[in-house]
Ligand binder design. Structure first.
Ligand SMILES: [Cu+2]
Length: 453
């Protein structure tokens, strides 16, 4: 037994830990820094790392600038493709200049001496194993070969092993008892102990916040010209993981709702999700600072995480609605993005238009790209984002079985069907790290859900 453990340990070490130069002298203590601490007396008095919990936690919001802002572009800019770095998407290395003609000549070569079907196999093979070789608008090519145009004919092909998908119902069609069950289950997560799998989290809900905080640099684009196209994929998996936690740990036994956010553009504060009995009212700023959630089940909800990468920082989850910003989340942005044909173009449009404006419009905690899941409204917003992703995917089969774009935002490693999406085991064995190909389908394999319309 002892031997096998030792062997196991050495294998793990050899495989995953790079060799370190050995060093016999100690490292100066200053290099380690110091873990923040308070004396037992201070802790008993509610003082934590330099401020009083009762002061800052319960009452006072932060100056709004503390939260930063999610990158965004105006709807008109998106229409003109200005979310693509002001030029167009070909500025990114994966689609080098002239990629259109490269694609054509490559396809000509594929067709030379072969039938179309052989060409298709080659394309699929190439997509699976060598994606990123200057291929774009793949969906158009595949659809040409497959001769499939009608989205309604495509739907059954996505069904595989999911005969009874969970139907995500729009919030206003969701019954009052369903709404309350959903909100109560979220509240329940905030009262359950942290899993211990992630550091700094004080409860099960904060596990979600912390996972998002940890992965944030790899799942959001750094800027409009340094993008990672994992964003839509990762957040699809994230909201699904959230649903599993509600089910498995807080007795939620229905399908999640989704939120048709675009119909509330310019008047988020009137949106039915923001009624006091559900997610709580959506207040404006207070003296230029965020305002703690004033009512409802999440009244004065506290978070230990954020703003940004900050941890061990008890404060209230805050909002500061700006309807000028929410007015940009409407049907115009939706239509602009849904009209784009390539995955990276669609992705880029969503991330920087209504995704960003939904965050910034709710404001404060939600405007913080790193720790925004601290506000439960995050999940309603991202359910809308996933709804629009799914809607777009229904436009062509290839949008569900091919991928393109960048996996990383620092040099654009190509995003392929084999690129892994990491979820840190947030919902246990159900939340294994999984390749992109599994996350593209919502009615096959890992997921089994659809949207009500
Ligand atoms: Cu995010």
């Amino acid at each position: 037994m002892r031997l096998s453990i030792a062997l196991c340990a050495s294998v793990v070490t050899a495989a995953s830990v790079p060799a370190i130069e050995s060093r016999e002298d100690g490292i100066p203590l200053a290099e380690f820094g110091q873990v923040n601490s308070v004396s037992p007396e201070e802790a008993a008095a509610g003082v934590d790392i330099g401020f009083t919990l009762s002061q800052r936690g319960a009452q006072e919001g932060y100056p709004l600038s503390t939260f930063g802002e999610v990158h965004h572009v105006e709807p008109q800019e998106a229409k003109e493709h200005k979310d693509l770095g002001g030029n167009n998407f070909s500025v990114l290395p994966i689609f080098g200049p002239g990629h259109e003609s490269n694609l054509d000549s490559w396809l000509d070569k594929m067709d030379h001496g072969h039938g179309h079907h052989h060409g298709l196999e080659e394309i699929e093979d190439r997509l699976r194993h060598k994606a990123g070789e200057a291929i774009t608008k793949v969906e158009d090519v595949l659809d040409h070969f497959l001769d499939i145009r009608d989205a309604s004919e495509l739907e059954p092909r996505d069904t595989g092993d999911c005969p009874n998908p969970a139907v995500r119902i729009e919030w206003d069609d969701y019954s009052n008892s369903d709404r309350l069950a959903f909100v109560n289950a979220i509240k329940c997560l905030t009262t359950r102990p942290a899993s211990g799998r992630v550091s700094f989290s004080r409860n099960r809900y904060e596990d979600l916040v912390r996972i998002h905080q940890s992965y944030a640099p790899n799942i959001h684009s750094r800027s409009t010209s340094q993008q990672t196209h994992k964003f839509l994929l990762w957040h699809r998996y994230f909201v699904w993981a959230f649903e599993q936690m509600l089910r498995d740990e807080c007795g939620f036994n229905r399908a999640m709702p989704w939120w048709d956010e675009k119909k509330w553009a310019g008047r988020f504060h009137e949106a039915t999700i923001f009624r006091p009995e559900y997610f709580g009212s959506l207040p404006g700023p207070t003296n230029g600072r965020g305002t703690c959630i004033p009512d409802g089940p999440f009244r004065n909800l506290q978070s230990n995480l954020g703003p940004g990468q900050t941890v061990n920082n008890p404060h209230c989850v805050q909002r500061a609605v700006n309807e000028g910003v929410t007015s940009q989340t409407g049907v115009n942005s939706y239509n602009t993005c849904l009209a784009r044909s390539s995955y990276p173009d669609f992705h880029s449009c969503v991330e920087f238009t209504y995704h960003a404006q939904g965050h910034n419009g709710v404001g404060a905690t939600m405007a913080d790209a790193i720790a925004s899941p601290g506000d439960p409204a995050f999940f309603m917003h991202h359910l809308y984002i996933d709804y629009t992703f799914r809607k777009w995917q229904l436009g062509a089969l290839s949008r569900r079985n091919t991928i393109s774009g960048c996996a990383t935002n620092d040099g654009c490693q190509p995003l392929t069907l084999d690129t892994m999406i990491y979820m840190g085991g947030i919902c246990g064995s159900k939340c294994r790290d999984t390749p992109v190909r599994d996350v593209l389908r919502t009615k096959q394999g890992l997921f089994c859900y659809m949207y009500s319309y």
